[in-house]
Design a protein around this ligand. Structure first.
Ligand code: BTN
Length: 336
């Protein structure tokens, strides 16, 4: 209900009558007043003037579920939001929710993380109110070894949303680093809960540096604020990321993932159309292919030419011997 009240207040830059809001939302004036008080307690500055009504003077820079839900217009993504001012890691919360059966599209959001997790057992710096830290639960019809495609899909969605909201061109370093001007803007951590041939759920963890000042960033990192030289609206960007993920995910699943809707596991040409569409989009943003790379994979360094990505999202590296090595995980260094 608060989301609908906020929607009224945001659409009218001037005072809006309390009677009108209460009537439209089918509630008493007393009930409306109670909701206004709760919004004020959450940090919204709302003026109330007799005979004129209410006017929104200030909205706090917070990723409140009422902010995210307002105007989101997705089918299932972000319909169920778990919001935390601070949490150890959104991945842990999402895992518990996934095990308990939370539906596809459930979103775990935090303003800060005390034990933010990065890939390869690294930590993820998650200062309060500066970034976007989320985990999204998906339940795809996909074989476990094809889950990396969801990382690629999320990376594409982030680049598309960043471009749309800020005009900034972001790039992807295989598999999941989001870069701007060769500095790390964000990353994706994909965790699986699966049996041998069945994914129960996937948590897509996304961390992005948004309004961090230059001096507070770790070495090699950047933020949208540093790039744009102004603050970026985190709510608008987050909403766009969720919309893009949903669009790409539906495209991917409707067109047929590599294992196909029947879960048989073998990719026929038709069934892999969705995967190919995502990989085509990924190619547009990637800065890894056609370069000499070095990757630490299965306890050894592999050096060679990054030739392509496979239908399951793995990197295909052509070694100097001519042998093509399939790399399914690891950290890539671009050599030149
Ligand atoms: C990487 O190493 O590049 C991946 C970083 C992923 C960080 C995000 S922040 C939200 C979610 N919760 C975590 O603890 N990690 C992911």
């Amino acid at each position: 209900m608060q989301e609908k009240i906020l929607d009224f207040l945001k659409r009218k830059p001037d005072y809006i009558s309390g009677d009108l809001i209460a009537n439209r939302l089918g509630m008493s004036r007393q009930a409306l007043w109670k909701h206004i008080q709760e919004l004020r307690d959450a940090g919204y500055d709302i003026a109330a003037v007799p005979h004129l009504g209410y006017k929104l003077l200030f909205s706090p820079d917070r990723l409140f579920p009422i902010e995210i839900a307002g105007g989101l217009n997705t089918k299932f993504t972000g319909k169920n939001i778990h919001y935390f001012d601070s949490v150890s890691s959104t991945m842990d919360i999402a895992y518990d929710l996934g095990v308990k059966g939370s539906p596809e599209g459930t979103l775990v959001l935090a303003e800060a993380q005390t034990k933010g997790k990065g890939r390869l057992a690294r930590s993820w710096f998650s200062p309060k109110y500066k970034g976007i830290y989320l985990s999204l639960i998906l339940r795809p019809v996909l074989l476990p070894n094809q889950a990396p495609l969801l990382t690629l899909l999320s990376a594409v969605s982030i680049c598309e949303a960043v471009k749309e909201i800020t005009g900034i061109d972001a790039q992807i370093k295989w598999p999941n680093d989001i870069l701007v001007n060769n500095k790390k803007l964000g990353g994706i951590l994909t965790e699986l809960n699966a049996e041998i041939d069945l994914i129960r759920f996937v948590s897509i963890g996304i961390g992005l540096n948004i309004n961090n000042d230059r001096k507070s960033l770790v070495s090699g990192a950047t933020s949208l604020k540093e790039q744009k030289r102004e603050d970026v609206n985190r709510v608008e960007l987050l909403q766009e990321i969720l919309r893009k993920i949903e669009l790409n995910y539906l495209l991917f699943q409707e067109k047929g993932s590599p294992c196909g809707p029947s879960r048989r596991g073998l990719a026929s040409a038709d069934e892999a159309v969705g995967a190919k569409l995502i990989i085509e989009k990924w190619r547009e943003y990637n800065i890894t292919l056609s370069r000499r790379v070095k990757v630490y994979f299965q306890k050894e360094y592999i050096e060679g030419y990054a030739q392509d990505v496979d239908i399951d999202g793995a990197l295909l590296v052509r070694k100097d011997s001519g042998v093509i090595q399939k790399v399914t995980s690891g950290d890539v260094t671009h050599c030149r």
